[in-house]
Design a protein around this ligand. Structure first.
Ligand code: BTN
Length: 232
């Protein structure tokens, strides 16, 4: 079940996730990848926008079908694939994952993942934005201190590396995904807060929920759909 064939590239589009969703709805096969040099309305998680200067980031969306029970680990598996691709391309990097599926290097965000699933139609689109060659001054001012980039790496090499690593991690078993994710957990032991609560992060449970120990000592598990971390 490989990724990258077929591959469709746009010089400019509103959102590669939107193009991939259209292709999926029209019956495009598993592994279809859509990329763009530039997005005019890139989407992030929780209604945020995703921006990148033209030709400086990998803007990548891939179709997964059929969507099966084993794909419950998709939100954890995708960032692992991004981490491995990034470290292959720049061996000086050590990537961590910030629950639920951001990729960080030295505390700065390198990449984000937006998965849009249509279980009733049996497919999902994996969207990955990976900062490849964005200089610090090219990030919007509010991201300058918190975002980072891969370095001197070609965007096409990044795409191919991600195709290969996604193929690997989507075939991996839940135990392997969870073990690898726990090795890279950026939040463990850190104080986290969200609208409605706060506590100390203590890893992920076997469903991929974030486990938090509250000030009262209770251990609670929160799902990515339920909470939006406001600090960490
Ligand atoms: C996030 O960190 O909030 C997720 C960002 C995901 C951005 C990527 S860029 C390629 C794909 N197309 C989109 O519109 N969004 C995703």
């Amino acid at each position: 079940m490989t990724f990258g064939k077929p591959h469709r590239h746009y010089r400019q589009t509103d959102s590669t996730n939107s193009r991939a969703r259209e292709l999926a709805a029209a019956g495009a096969p598993h592994g279809t990848v859509v990329t763009a040099s530039e997005q005019t309305a890139g989407r992030g998680r929780q209604g945020r926008t995703w921006t990148a200067p033209p030709n400086k980031a990998l803007l990548y969306s891939a179709i997964v079908r059929p969507l099966e029970e084993r794909h419950v680990m998709l939100p954890l598996a995708v960032p692992l694939a991004v981490c491995e691709a990034a470290e292959q391309l720049n061996p000086d990097l050590a990537c961590k994952v910030k629950w639920p599926n951001d990729i960080h290097v030295d505390g700065r965000k390198l990449s984000g993942v937006l998965i849009e699933a249509r279980p009733q139609d049996g497919w999902a689109v994996i969207g990955v934005g990976l900062n490849v060659a964005i200089a610090e001054e090219e990030f919007p001012e509010e991201l300058r201190e918190t975002a980072t980039s891969l370095g001197e790496v070609g965007i096409d090499s990044a795409r191919k590396a991600l195709d290969v690593r996604l193929t690997k991690w989507l075939a991996a078993g839940a135990d392997e995904v969870l073990a690898a994710w726990r090795e890279r957990d950026a939040l463990k032991g850190r104080e986290v807060g969200w609208d409605g609560g706060s506590g100390v992060a203590d890893g992920v449970d076997d469903r991929g929920y974030l486990v938090v120990v509250t000030p009262a000592g209770d251990r609670i598990a929160v799902g990515a759909g339920e909470v939006h971390l406001t600090r960490f």
